[in-house]
Design a protein around this ligand. Structure first.
Ligand SMILES: Nc1ncnc2c1ncn2[C@@H]1O[C@H](COP(=O)(O)OP(=O)(O)O)[C@@H](O)[C@H]1O
Ligand SMILES: O=C(OP(=O)(O)O)[C@H](O)COP(=O)(O)O
Length: 393
């Protein structure tokens, strides 16, 4: 169902409450990656140009309902102001008299940033009273926080009960790109799932099995599939209790005619350390006291060949312990394969996005999602509460 967007309503001179996801990585007061702020700019600039009074709200970290100094949004206000080339009024709470007063003083086109909404425990409880207090600050609600759309919180869902509620441009783009991939993908449609654990990705594998032409599995979670195929996995990360499930998924892929690509060789090491002794072995020869830390070169070539043939590629989760240089080659090879693809390429998940950025190919990817958990839940076929709360077109 298509959601109304900020373009479908008149915002001139209105107080517009915009939920953004400014949950950015910080080192002290320094923002180390401002992608999420950059991606919210189109909505904010549009509202400024339309003469709205723009009230921004976000969470930062998980302060658990208390004021935690390091989670104040002050550095974010500074960065946003720099990016907009305009003053951003920053208040020290998200509700209350000081906030109301600041909003009363706003002129058309002004931008104000509320304090971290998670300083109130009521936010994550989706408390009705707090949601109503937030709603009272504004005339219109815009949700542009795709990264937090899988949370049913007061500022992402509850507030929408009390105001006309529409999507921002980032939210719209995320839903369009991810939605198109899972509902009308150009074929062949290939999904790549990696990362540490099968248990985190069961839902997404199950949902994608009914949609894709080929499914590539790498990373730590592939070990459980290798075990299901009858291989010894040595000291590798393994979920013994998920081996039967992996067998079942292999069988389901076969009956559905989905090509399932699993590693055929691996980089193994004696320890999870960059300097540890390492070698490449076929998956049939993983030694007892070694561990798999990356896909091998033959596997990378097979996976790359499948990506070359694809018209749509969705990727979530690294192929190995990519944080350590010696075990990053498989993940990097895939990042380059996506970059070289002529098809639509979509990357979601904190680590996969970090890998794409590290490899320097971000510009060549069709869509990099700003939501890790949110994109995963979307790919699982779940309805996101932050989206469900918005008005239909
Ligand atoms: N073979 C492996 N053994 C152990 N850990 C692995 C292996 N391959 C990948 N990982 C780890 O998986 C983590 C990422 O998993 P996950 O959080 O599921 O991915 P994402 O954030 O992209 O969704 C990384 O920290 C990576 O080091
Ligand atoms: O960074 C976020 O999640 P993500 O790392 O899964 O993309 C979002 O801002 C949601 O944060 P939360 O997981 O504390 O609710």
């Amino acid at each position: 169902m298509q959601k109304k967007s900020v373009k479908d309503i008149d915002v001139k001179s209105k107080r517009v409450f915009v939920r953004v996801d400014f949950n950015v990585p910080l080192e002290g007061e320094r923002i180390t990656d401002d992608t999420r702020i950059q991606k919210a700019l189109p909505t904010i600039e549009y509202l400024i140009n339309q003469g709205a009074k723009v009230i921004l709200a976000s969470h930062l970290g998980r302060p658990k309902g208390e004021v935690v100094e390091k989670y104040r949004l002050t550095p974010v206000a500074g960065r946003l102001s720099g990016l907009l080339g305009k003053e951003v009024i920053k208040v020290n709470d998200s509700v209350g008299p000081q906030v109301q007063q600041a909003i009363e003083g706003m002129r058309d086109g002004d931008v104000l940033l509320l304090e971290n909404v998670r300083f109130h425990a009521e936010e994550t409880k989706n408390d009705e009273k707090y949601a109503r207090q937030l709603a009272e600050l504004a005339d219109i609600y815009v949700n542009d926080a795709f990264g937090a759309a899988h949370r049913a919180h007061a500022s992402t869902a509850g507030i929408a009960e009390y105001l006309p509620a529409v999507a921002g441009f980032l939210m719209e783009k995320e839903l369009e790109m991810l939605g198109k991939a899972v509902t009308h993908p150009e074929r062949p449609f290939v999904a790549i799932i990696g990362g540490a654990k099968v248990s985190d990705k069961i839902g997404v594998i199950e949902n994608l099995l009914s949609k894709v032409d080929a499914l590539i599995i790498g990373g730590g979670m592939a070990n459980t599939f290798l075990k299901a195929q009858g291989y010894a996995t040595g000291k590798s990360l393994l979920e013994q209790d998920k081996v039967d499930l992996a067998k079942d998924l292999i069988e389901r892929a076969r009956t559905r005619g989905v090509e399932l690509l699993l590693p055929t060789d691996a980089v193994v090491a004696l320890a999870m350390e960059p300097a540890a002794q390492q070698k490449v072995v076929p998956v049939s020869e993983i030694p007892g006291d070694w561990m798999v830390l990356d896909i091998g070169p033959e596997t990378a070539r097979r996976f790359t060949a499948a990506i070359e043939k694809a018209a749509t590629v969705v990727w979530n989760g690294p192929m190995g312990v990519f944080e350590m240089e010696p075990f990053a080659k498989g993940t990097e090879a895939l990042a380059h394969a996506l970059a070289a693809s002529k098809g639509t390429t979509i990357v979601g998940g904190g680590d996969s996005v970090a890998a794409v950025n590290k490899t320097g190919v971000a510009e060549k990817i069709s869509h990099i999602s700003t939501g890790g958990g949110a994109s995963l839940e979307f790919l699982e076929g779940k309805e996101l509460p932050g989206v469900a709360a918005l008005q239909n077109k």
